[in-house]
Ligand binder design. Sequence first.
Ligand SMILES: [Zn+2]
Length: 425
Amino acid sequence: MRIAGRVCALLLLFAGLALAANPPAAGPTPSARAIALAHDAIVIDTHADTTQWMLDGGFDFTKPTQRMVSLDKARQGGLKAEFFSIWVEPRFGPQTIERALDLIDAVRRQAEAHPEQLGLATTAADIRRLTAEHRFAMLMGVEGGHAIADDLAVLRDYYRLGVRYMTLTWSNTNDWADSSGDQDDARVHHHNGLTPFGKEVVAEMNRLGMIVDISHVSDKTFWDAIATTQAPVIASHSSARALVNAPRNMTDAMLRAVARNGGVVQVNDYAAFDSQAARDQAAKFAADEARAEGPVDAAWDGDWLHGYPHIDAFQRRFAAEHFTRPPFRALMDQFVHIIQVAGIDHVGLGSDWDGIDWAPQGMDGAQDIPRIVQGLMDRGYTDAQIRQVLGLNTLRVMGQVEAVARRLQRQPDTPARANSGPVTP
Ligand SMILES: [Zn+2]
């Protein structure tokens, strides 16, 4: 989920429209060998915002759809596993936990409804098993630490329900961690990174076996998390700041720190994180969008919980007219840069599908994974290296996080974690 601001939920709805507005073009045409590798490899994507359409849109994952990821597109592109985002709009306030639980239920009901084709995965071993059984693995990550409502018990409950990562923040700074999304907003109370409770959250995630996800956090929060965690971290949907100067992207120093930590940075497909030209255009778009908010407000009843259907033709036209898709190589340049800085062991796929309204040409969803494979082949990477990027690196982190949790759970409780009982998955 990359969007921010008062119209963010509305923007979601025309994600597909903006993609459709530009004719499909120019990504590398995948060779038979690239397609075969994608189909044979364990391909894991660590961030898709499709969950809201499951809950609010009546979307059946096994039915063909205009969403960027669905079972047919996954089969087409070789995708074996997806982390579905449990993202709650921060202004839900007291309804935050209820909304998160509804989203978790929506993912789990998909898996329950189609046991022949889908399965809920909570471990690296689950992904391997489901892949061997030709079943699609559904995983969950909470996007935004505000969703635990400052309560470690809620964090544990999310774990027990199957959530296996949490971004410490979304675009909003919460009560215990600073976000990159509002760091220049003087009205927001910032903490200079993680508070003492924020460090407790990280420690409890380590103990539970929930991956610490540093996508969206401020730079200081990132460094505090790296200094606190005992397990590898991920950046489930982040790109490189050396190529695109967005605070949401990671500096080379951060990429190297994730490598030292043993973690993985999963590359985001959002045009304005992958292409500086697109980001510059986005800045202009944001200014125009701000001027355009009158008609949006007129069409929207202000209901954040069920407000997605309220979008008017004005906004659809606005997006279609203003977005120019960067070339596919902008995405490949991100992969190559992060591989060169962090190393081949520390890069993965973190598309942000169905949370973005704008991606490079040739990247329209899960069906286009073979284009990434072809792009990596064209730049000289071996099949074994490409398999790492496609999923083995992410599987490795999952296994390491599980091992750290087993070790920490064998240790006697400290007073600081006195209310932390043993966790049964
Ligand atoms: Zn996001």
